[in-house]
Design a protein around this ligand. Structure first.
Ligand SMILES: Nc1nc2c(ncn2[C@@H]2O[C@H](COP(=O)(O)OP(=O)(O)OP(=O)(O)O)[C@@H](O)[C@H]2O)c(=O)[nH]1
Length: 863
């Protein structure tokens, strides 16, 4: 016992004399600075002023001023005070945890909407227990469990690599368990991620609602007891036995189909009556339009009118003394709800499931002759989520011959269904005979209007009717009173604590499994990203190298074609003037010869371009194939060049003969003459021109003979002889001789010159024309233009496959980049989720530990 507590007790002892003072008890002491007043309100069952109690017990103990109007002893009083403080302390702490639970659920809902939370679906316990298929589901679940055990055994003999994974998924959620609708033909494992995520969000909303109702329940000063069980198990009889009045109708046939909530008549201005609340109406005692008023004797009919009423509020006067009556216990308001039989029909059963959320204590009534039915088990299983402790009343025990055997059988079943209850079965499992209590009571007629008002508390003790009782029933009542009134902290707050513990435990499980999942996912994604990075870089380097290689190839091809074309044109230009390229048919046809020579020369030049183009075509095709091969080698199947059909026939289709139009073809007389010593000497036969071909000689002869004729030729020959004679007979030279031969020599020389000039016309014209064209063509930059054109066209063609290769590489690189981006984004998302679940895990564990640390029982053990 703490020092403060002793101090309080001492003080209370010292103030024994004040005990008779009903108004208030003041605890004096030096330490009572800043003392505040706390009033105990019997009707509220709380300490006024202590609802905001938020922490330090020891300080607050010293500040307590107690006001009560009951005749408790100081010790009892203090015990009640401490119990109440302890209760409020726990209540406030639970309230805070409920708020944290709501906040966590909201966060989970948001996370689930953004990134669906992983929910383990291989647990067959997800089947709705309260469903038509529940029996089948249970059988399947059990058979699967048995099957899993067999597999586990097999695995134990082999390797156990996946053991951890199996354990991870093998989580048994209690509160966050997903239930499919009863009429649904789909099984949870068959649903896709988004459907499960939606279901989960729905569950978060339901649980949030439940948490709010839990909060309301623990803030509510009254306690609600639900009496439930199978049809005809004697629930109504048991309620009547508790009240020691035949208030609720009993029948051998199932008769209760409407919930009957039995409340102390003081709540209704001390008038005994029934307020029947129509379906869809929300009950408000102050608003008579929300219910219909009946007398207690009408209950016989009303309990069967489930199509009209959702609940019957039954206000009764329990005339027994406060230490015997449950309803009038002098501490808190209690309502006893008699529920329809569990296996009545699905609507009532569902209602019952929903209703159990708003009650504090469940009393499950089982007929001793029967076993727990499936509906009963389903209900207990659902209630277990928050009611760690519930009362089991095994009724009609008088009908049992072998009582020990029956007790053992039922206790065994309780152990499986509610282990915590079984641990303290003496307190929570009772074998009674309600009819034995009720049978001794007179028929109830206290609902007569004459007897309705019992306002005076002082009358209570006079009118009390404690009725017949049995030790078993006595013990049951004592346990009930102890649990509800003395261990109120336990009965009222335990459901919230159990629910919160299970909820935080579920959140912990979900957070753990998701955290592991995202951790693995993150590692997996990072491995993938790391593997992608070098591949990307390799591809990038590959693409750059291939690009460079092909670029070089294209450039060198272009250069080669440029040089080839330029050389071809220039060498053609060089050659075309070397000798006549058309036949010279004499001086008379000189004009025709001129035109033909011009055309032939232009043709030769154009032909040189054509030769270059043909060459360029061949080279381009070769290089094209080479580039395609390089692309295939590097890119494999990804490189698709099938669509690119190369048509060499349309290559260089641009007109090339524009050159003849651009050249100046004007001819002057001088173009026909181009005398030279060599030419003359050759003409004279003094020098052999090795370059002159036979055909040239032919041309030369034709032109000479046709122009000058034989005369000139003979003269030339005689002149030849004269010259030779001069050299031979030098002694005969004299003035007269010279005079005599000068004239004919001059004439001969002239004639020879003329002959030479005429004979040289085709050569001179060719030379002059070629010089002229060469000059013009160079001026027009024709070789460069064509070389440029051809090389550029080839360059352009070769760039198509290069472009294709570049595009293919780009696509591959883009794919890698987008993969990388996707992976990076997924990693960020995984990290975010991982962070979220790690934080959530910490919060859930902290909250779970906190809630588990709430000690709801210790104050009851003080004495
Ligand atoms: N022998 C014996 N009969 C009992 C006992 N308790 C109830 N009965 C009888 O069992 C029958 C059903 O009792 P009820 O109290 O109407 O049962 P119930 O569970 O409220 O029935 P419904 O709610 O209508 O399903 C009545 O005939 C009672 O007399 C008991 O302890 N012993």
């Amino acid at each position: 016992m703490s020092q403060s507590f002793k101090f309080l007790l001492n003080n209370s002892d010292n103030n024994e004399n004040d005990d008779d003072d009903d108004s208030r008890t003041l605890l004096n002491g030096d330490s009572l600075t800043n003392a505040t007043t706390i009033n105990y309100l019997r009707d509220e069952g709380i300490l006024e002023g202590s609802t905001v109690y938020d922490g330090n017990f020891q300080e607050d103990y010293a500040k307590v001023q107690v006001n009560h109007n009951r005749s408790f002893s100081n010790d009892q009083h203090l015990k009640t005070q401490l119990s109440q403080m302890h209760y409020n302390n726990n209540r406030i702490s639970l309230n805070r945890s409920i708020m944290s639970g709501l906040q966590i659920l909201n966060e989970l809902k948001d996370e689930n909407s953004t990134r669906p939370i992983f929910y383990p679906t291989n647990d067959l316990s997800n089947h709705l227990l309260n469903s038509k298929k529940a029996h089948l589901a249970l059988i399947r679940k059990n058979s699967i469990k048995a099957f899993s055990k067999e597999i586990e055994q097999d695995n134990d003999q082999g390797d156990n690599v996946n053991d951890d994974d199996d354990k991870e998924d093998d989580i048994d959620l209690k509160i966050l368990k997903l239930n499919l609708r009863q009429d649904s033909n789909v099984e949870l494992p068959n649903l896709d991620k988004s459907a499960i995520s939606q279901l989960l969000n729905g569950r978060f909303i339901q649980v949030s609602k439940h948490l709010k109702s839990l909060k309301e329940r623990i803030d509510d000063t009254s306690s609600k007891i639900l009496v439930t069980g199978d049809l005809n198990s004697g629930k109504s009889t048991f309620c009547n036995a508790l009240l020691r009045r035949k208030v609720l109708p009993e029948d051998q046939q199932p008769c209760t189909t409407v919930f009957s909530e039995v409340i102390d008549y003081k709540e209704n201005n001390s008038i005994e009556e029934v307020h029947a609340v129509p379906i869809e109406s929300t009950y408000n005692i102050r608003n008579e339009s929300t219910y219909k008023i009946f007398g207690l004797k009408d209950l016989e009919i009303l309990v069967g009118e489930c199509d009209k009423y959702s609940i019957l509020k039954v206000y009764v006067n329990d005339k027994r003394s406060m230490d015997q009556s449950l309803l009038r216990n002098g501490i808190i308001d209690i309502a006893i709800i008699d529920a329809p039989g569990l296996n009545l029909d699905s609507y009532q059963t569902t209602e019952l499931f929903a209703r159990q959320e708003e009650i504090d204590l469940v009393i499950f009534v089982l007929s001793a002759e029967n076993h727990f039915t499936l509906s009963g088990k389903e209900f207990i299983s659902a209630a277990n989520n928050e009611k760690k402790l519930m009362f089991f009343v095994i009724n009609r025990f008088d009908n049992i011959k072998d009582k020990i055997k029956c007790q053992n059988r039922i206790l065994d079943q309780v152990q499986t269904l509610s282990p915590d209850t079984h641990k303290d079965s003496r307190e929570f499992v009772h074998f009674v005979s309600s009819s034995e209590i009720v049978d001794g009571l007179p028929e109830d007629n206290s609902s007569d209007t004459d007897n309705n008002n019992h306002n005076d508390d002082d009358d209570d003790d006079d009118d009390n009717n404690d009725g017949f009782t049995t030790p078993d029933f006595d013990h049951l009542e004592a346990s009930l009173r102890n649990f509800i009134l003395q261990k109120r902290s336990l009965s009222k707050l335990q459901p919230a604590k159990t629910y919160l513990t299970k909820l935080f435990s579920d959140i912990e499980s979900l957070a753990t499994i998701n955290s592991k999942l995202y951790q693995n996912e993150k590692l997996d994604l990072e491995t993938k990203l790391n593997a992608i990075q070098p591949l990307y870089e390799k591809k990038l380097v590959e693409s750059v190298r291939l690009n460079e290689k092909i670029e070089k190839l294209i450039e060198s091809t272009s250069n080669e074609l440029y040089q080839f074309t330029k050389n071809e044109i220039l060498s053609t230009l060089d050659k075309i003037g070397e000798h006549p390229i058309v036949q010279f048919d004499g001086i008379l046809n000189v004009f025709q010869f001129t035109v033909e020579t011009q055309d032939a020369m232009a043709e030769k030049i154009i032909n040189s371009v054509k030769i270059s183009e043909d060459y360029a075509k061949r080279v381009t095709i070769e290089q094209l194939n080479r580039i395609n091969k390089l692309g295939e080698q590097s890119l494999g199947g990804a490189f698709n060049n099938k669509e690119l059909v190369f048509r060499d026939d349309i290559m260089f289709t641009r007109r090339r003969d524009t050159i003849s139009r651009n050249l100046n073809h004007d001819i002057s007389i001088f173009d026909y003459f181009d005398p030279s010593i060599d030419g003359f000497l050759q003409f004279c036969g003094l020098k052999q021109d090795l370059k002159i071909s036979k055909s040239s000689l032919e041309v030369w002869k034709n032109s000479a003979y046709s122009s000058v004729g034989l005369f000139a030729f003979s003269k030339v020959l005689s002149a030849n002889r004269v010259i030779k004679s001069i050299f031979h007979y030098g002694s005969f030279f004299s003035y007269n001789t010279v005079k005599y031969i000068a004239i004919p020599i001059s004439i001969g020389a002239t004639l020879i010159g003329i002959g030479y000039l005429i004979s040289d016309i085709p050569f001179a014209l060719s030379r002059n024309l070629s010089k002229n064209y060469k000059y013009q063509i160079k001026e027009l930059d024709y070789p460069h233009e064509n070389a440029n054109r051809i090389s550029k066209e080839s360059n352009k063609i070769l760039r198509y496959p290069l472009k294709r290769i570049q595009n293919t590489y780009q696509t591959l690189l883009d794919e890698e980049v987008s993969k990388r981006e996707k992976l990076s984004n997924s990693i960020i998302a995984s990290e975010t989720s991982l962070l979220f679940f790690n934080k959530l895990l910490k919060k859930a564990v902290d909250q779970k530990n906190l809630v588990e640390s709430f000690d709801l029982e210790s104050i009851n053990q003080i004495d």
